[in-house]
Ligand binder design. Sequence first.
Ligand SMILES: C[S@@+](CC[C@H](N)C(=O)[O-])C[C@H]1O[C@@H](n2cnc3c(N)ncnc32)[C@H](O)[C@@H]1O
Length: 241
Amino acid sequence: MAEIKDFYESGKGDRLIDPLLFPEEIKQFLTCEKRILETLADSFDLLVEVGSMYGRYPKWAVENGKYYLGIDIVQRYIETGRKIILDLQLNPDKCRFVLGGAENITDLVKPREWNVKLRKCLLFFPFNSFGNMEDPLVIVKGIKKSGLPFLISTYGTSQETNVCREQYYRDCGYSEIVSLQDEKGVRFVSPDGLSTIAYHPDYLQEIFTIASLKVAIVHFSQIAVAFTLPELAKKIMPITF
Ligand SMILES: C[S@@+](CC[C@H](N)C(=O)[O-])C[C@H]1O[C@@H](n2cnc3c(N)ncnc32)[C@H](O)[C@@H]1O
């Protein structure tokens, strides 16, 4: 955990979300990710972004009548997120950031405090935040314990995706990038501290099975995959990406 946190705390991870560095495939990934959220908008009143950095969707959430909670382990992002809420004059009762880890979701997300029903929350892991977290089984067990609906948006593991990711990490300025592939998935590491994995869908499916949590897998854009509740997947499926 310390290494991941240090990488983002140091600012070396900030380039990963610089739109100027996004290749076309990642632009499409993020456009489709937003369309998925829009499609599911009727299903939730509270959007919880996990691994939020300073927030990808707080403005969208508030503009669409949702409450918003951003969660990240890096204090700097939480502070910046809170400042953005003030700068955008978003209602701080509707839009908050909290410092903490996805491993402690039940302690961090209390739907009752927002006056929202448990099933009307969406635990959302955007833009492969999930693949930057330490232990997927601990997190998936936490999701199960929380009973919260979830949507994990991540990369696939096709050769096309791997080529795209490697070039993108290079364009972000990381050097000596190494690709490690095993039964879990495809991880890219660099001496800067970059360490980001895309899990093979079958492997993540297995993790969900161990945690006794039903999951459906939806491939979207050319390079991305979503893991979500079967009932949410049914709503997403009809969209053509
Ligand atoms: C690739 S960034 C996520 C991208 C960002 N959410 C976006 O949509 O642009 C990964 C983020 O996950 C955070 N993170 C890593 N481990 C975490 C954990 N266990 N719980 C919550 N956030 C975590 C990191 O601090 C970092 O901000």
